[in-house]
Design a protein around this ligand. Structure first.
Ligand code: OFO
Length: 177
């Protein structure tokens, strides 16, 4: 059985995963209407789907442990961006925020001696390592490309492959649960 504190914290995480899914969906849609960013758009559609899976896992876990997984109310995310660089900076900043939140949850689970939740959260710990790495790598690539149009062309063409190489495709395919 989940304590009230843990249940509330997990429900807050459900909200954050849902907000991540919305934020990445907005990035996907923005990229979709820019010329030549089809790869980037597809990348964020996939990221958005993954975040929904992360949310679902949490909802099911909370319910399984005698709690109630609450579907959150969501605000509108950022829907337009000044540049592709800004999109990826936002992506990295968002992932860092999610990692911090997962770390806080892990800490709380240990303090409360809730080892089942602690164990469950390890999947998210690994996931965040990969997602942060992916976001950092993509930011570094964009930094190198700068204003070079042919570099950007290749970035867009190859982004789904980078994703597979760095995160193995992501989305619940790895490591259980
Ligand atoms: Fe939910 O995996 Fe990143 O944010």
């Amino acid at each position: 059985m989940l304590s009230k504190t843990i249940q509330e914290a997990l429900n807050a995480q459900i909200g954050l995963e849902a907000a991540s899914s919305q934020a990445y969906l907005a990035m996907a849609s923005w990229a979709d209407i820019q010329p030549g960013l089809q790869g980037v758009s597809e990348f964020f559609y996939k990221q958005s789907d993954e975040e929904r899976v992360h949310m679902l896992k949490l909802i099911k876990f909370v319910n399984e442990r005698g709690g109630f997984g609450i579907v959150p109310h969501l605000g509108q995310p950022i829907i337009t961006f000044q540049s592709i660089k800004r999109v990826f900076e936002e992506f990295l900043a968002h992932e860092i925020k999610v990692s911090e939140s997962i770390n806080d949850l892990v800490h709380m689970a240990l303090q409360e001696k809730d080892y089942a939740t602690h164990n469950f959260l390890q999947w998210y710990v690994s996931e965040q390592i990969e997602e942060e790495r992916l976001a950092r790598t993509l930011n570094e690539k964009l930094e190198m490309i700068g204003e070079d149009k042919s570099g950007l062309y290749l970035f867009d063409r190859d982004i789904l492959n980078f994703r597979l190489q760095i995160s193995g495709g992501g989305g619940g395919g790895r490591g259980g649960h």
